[in-house]
Design a binder for this molecule. Structure first.
Ligand SMILES: [Zn+2]
Length: 144
């Protein structure tokens, strides 16, 4: 398994998908970033959930996104709140606006860079964190 520099320890990457979130994680396993879009009105919704917040319909189609995006905001954790994070700090938690899915935001780590390089408005691209044989987590890194 290949894990990016700065990724959280594997113990923090345990998934409990339900029928709404499972398609996102199955796509991630194939290194495809997707988001559910309302099949009725076309509104993206994230995190995946049972009802469209615009029209209340339940049907969705899972749209593959280009894997790039913009940092909406972020924070840098410099203190590990549990001992297993001691080797991971500092790490960055960001809110990403992914390209191709207007109106949604994703929370993710930004990896493979000094946190000082990150700013609001920074362009980022997905990097896949293959945690183990079942779990792959999308992280982001500076683009270009
Ligand atoms: Zn809708």
């Amino acid at each position: 398994m290949s894990r990016p520099q700065g990724a959280m320890p594997a113990e923090f990457a345990q998934l409990n998908p339900d029928s709404w979130t499972e398609p996102f994680w199955l796509s991630a396993r194939e290194h495809r970033l997707t988001a559910p879009r309302c099949a009725e009105c076309g509104t993206f919704r994230f995190p995946p959930g049972p009802f469209c917040h615009e029209c209340r319909h339940q049907d969705v189609e899972h749209v593959e996104l280009p894997g790039t995006g913009t940092v909406y905001t972020y924070t840098v954790a410099r203190h590990g709140v549990v001992p297993s994070l001691a080797g991971t700090v500092p790490y960055t938690i960001a809110v990403i606006e992914p390209d191709g899915a207007p109106g949604i935001r994703m929370i993710a780590n930004i990896v493979e860079c000094d946190p000082a390089r990150i700013a609001i408005g920074s362009r980022v691209e997905v990097v896949w964190d293959d945690v183990d044989a079942e779990v792959t987590i999308p992280r982001f890194r500076p683009a270009g």
